[in-house]
Write a new protein. Structure first.
Ligand code: F6R
Length: 609
């Protein structure tokens, strides 16, 4: 995620406003912070890793000269949260400073090219290529203006970005650009502002100008000019008046972080598709060599592991053992050895049980790999190799966007391993990759078309004393996750089983009106699932089915149904099928009058065993 802010004031120093605005963007990232200002043609930079207040205590962020500047609050994606990786990043001469939110996909090629031309890189970030690219463009074309050089450089960048860039060569302007990452301008009589989100400047103005993908903006003390990156043509756009309060603005108008984060999933899933191939390749190489692989996690992350065990088995023919981290020592501790590999999955990277399992594996010389959303967390420090899940900070206590991001990364990893092992055909791999690319749009469709319906279903079943969640195959993991979401935020006792297991005991609970949620992708389990639905119906259960669009067979049996787009491959189905269950939990909690962002007795990061 990350937050960026820039401002040019007609009077006074910019740094105190940049500092306070970054504080309001801290929910977008908080592992490092930095500010660059220009005064009398000279660049000033202060930056370090740590929360804004911590860094401010040491460097005094307000004490910087200049009426113009840019700032950044970071959520690491490339490079650990260290001072050297904090933004702003500069070129070799220190004349150009850049802050960035997004992921530059082709940074490795650009970096190599620029290094060959003599540029020195100091950080591990993708962002650092941008100031060097501008510097090189100006070197090769000395007649270009700063704006023209930025424009030419942007054309070489692939990936997502919101940039704010300043240069001592033209010290009276900020140039911004947007592709996929959010960017918005604010204006008042005293200055102009650019930011990742409206809350950053809401204290000083409620006049905002939305910037679209593919646009470049030139800010000066007198105003703003928007141009299309593709052809440099001008764009006219007037400011709008924002009616949000500061609190609403942080949630971008959503009443809760949980629903905001559910809606963010198309974007976060797109980000997972930008993970550098060599990280996946490295992890897949370790998995390929392992004698046995344990997938270790807690809660929602464990459900991602459970789904991954089906992915690895079906795509790469690799049997893996999903284990609750809290049980790892007792269940597997003695058998772990130098030939074992442990893939730990943790949103926070700090969960005590998961860290405990990792330590146990390390003591026994096993290889530790991990997947986490927090680069710089304990997990990243103690793993041999890790991958970031690219979901940005998750503030709602219930995991939503981080679950689907974990699934997307695990699916990519399983595909990478499948390629290595040659176990499935190239056609099958291509088809799955195409479907993964389509997933952000599929999730967008689900939220757009099903949310209203799910609200009604939540209303209808809100007084149920207990819920069942059933699925077969990989949908077992989806069912487990649906149950956990409903239980933890709506406090309705819920039960989840592989559908086939339900008749070995749990079915005795069923009586008239008992709600049973069935997860029904159109895969090899479809026919058997219909049998399980019939068994439940025969005992009076009310069936809520999550089905593929147009699945008339199951729709005709269900009391209520929720549709996901057609043609989702079984192995990827937990991603879209989990989304309606997140919404069901959210709206049920609202119906019951609970705050879904802060379920009782729970914490976002569980750091005790
Ligand atoms: C459920 C939830 C928890 C976490 C669990 C593990 O919505 O958020 O079950 O999944 O505490 O946390 P991480 O993934 O941070 O290790």
């Amino acid at each position: 995620m990350c937050g960026i802010f820039g401002c040019i004031l007609k009077e006074g120093n910019a740094a105190p406003l940049i500092h306070s605005s970054l504080k309001r963007l801290e929910y977008r990232g908080y592992d490092s912070v930095g500010i660059a200002t220009i005064s009398d043609g000279k660049m000033y930079i202060k930056k370090d890793s740590g929360k804004i207040d911590e860094v401010d205590k040491i460097v005094n962020l307000d004490d910087m000269p200049g009426n113009l500047g840019i700032g950044h609050t970071r959520w690491a994606t490339h490079g650990a949260p260290l001072k050297v990786n904090s933004h702003p990043h500069t070129d070799c001469t220190g004349e150009i400073a850049v802050v960035h939110n997004g992921i530059i996909e082709n940074f490795m090629e650009l970096r190599a090219e620029l290094q060959n031309l003599g540029h020195t890189f100091v950080s591990k970030t993708d962002t650092e290529v941008m100031p060097h690219l501008i510097e090189e463009t100006l070197k090769q074309n000395p007649n270009l203006t700063f704006q023209q050089a930025v424009l030419a450089s942007l054309k070489r960048i692939e990936g997502s970005y919101a940039f704010a860039i300043i240069s001592t060569r033209e010290p009276n302007k900020i140039i911004c650009a947007r592709n996929e990452s959010p960017l918005v301008l604010g204006i008042n009589g005293k200055g102009v502002f650019c930011a990742s989100d409206i809350p950053a400047f809401l204290e000083v103005t409620n006049k905002a100008v939305m910037i679209n993908n593919g646009e470049l903006v030139i800010l000066t003390a007198d105003g703003y000019e928007i141009r299309r990156i593709s052809d440099n043509s001008p764009v006219t756009r007037d400011p709008i008046k924002v009616e949000w309060t500061a609190e609403m603005a942080v949630k971008q108008g959503y009443p809760h972080f949980m629903i905001k984060e559910i809606h963010e999933q198309p974007e976060t899933l797109r980000n997972t598709l930008r993970i550098q191939d060599h990280y996946l390749d490295l992890l897949a190489t370790f998995l390929d060599r392992a004698n046995e692989v344990f997938l270790v996690a807690c809660g929602t992350s464990y459900h991602a592991c459970l789904a991954a065990s089906y992915m690895f088995s079906k795509l790469a023919f690799l049997p893996t053992y999903p284990v609750y981290a809290s049980e790892f020592l007792e269940q597997c501790g003695k058998s772990v050895n130098i030939d074992s590999t442990l893939l730990a999955v943790s949103q926070s990277g700090e969960t005590a049980d998961t860290i405990g399992a990792v330590s146990c594996a390390q003591q026994r010389a096993a290889t530790v790999l991990s997947l986490t959303n927090v680069i710089g967390s304990t997990m990243t420090r103690i793993s041999r190799v890790y991958i970031g899940t690219q979901a940005g900070p998750e503030i709602g206590v219930a995991a939503t966007k981080t679950f689907t991001s974990q699934l997307s990364v695990l699916a990519q990893l399983a595909l990478k391993l499948a390629k290595k092992r040659g176990k499935i055909s190239q056609d099958e791999i291509d088809c799955l990759e195409e479907n993964l690319k389509k997933m952000p749009d599929d999730v967008e469709t689900i939220v757009r078309t099903q949310e209203e319906k799910i609200k009604q279903i939540a209303k209808k079943y809100v007084d149920s004393k207990v819920f069942f969640f059933l699925g077969r195959g990989i949908s077992t993991a989806t069912a487990f996750e649906g149950r956990l979401k409903l239980m933890e935020i709506a406090y309705i006792p819920s039960i989840a089983f592989p559908a086939g297991e339900s008749k070995h005991g749990p079915i005795s609970l069923i009586e008239d009106g008992f709600p049973v949620v069935f997860i029904c992708p159109r895969d090899d389990t479809h026919k058997t699932v219909i049998g399980n639905i019939m068994e439940m119906k025969a005992r009076g259960a009310h069936i809520i089915a999550v089905v593929e669009e147009g699945d008339k067979e199951i729709e005709s049996l269900a009391d209520d149904f929720i549709e996901v787009p057609k043609g989702i491959p079984s192995i990827l189905s937990p991603i879209p099928f989990a989304v309606p269950l997140q919404l069901l939990a959210y709206y049920t909690a609202l119906e019951k009058g609970y705050n879904p962002d802060m379920p009782r007795n729970l914490a976002k990061s569980v750091t005790v065993k």
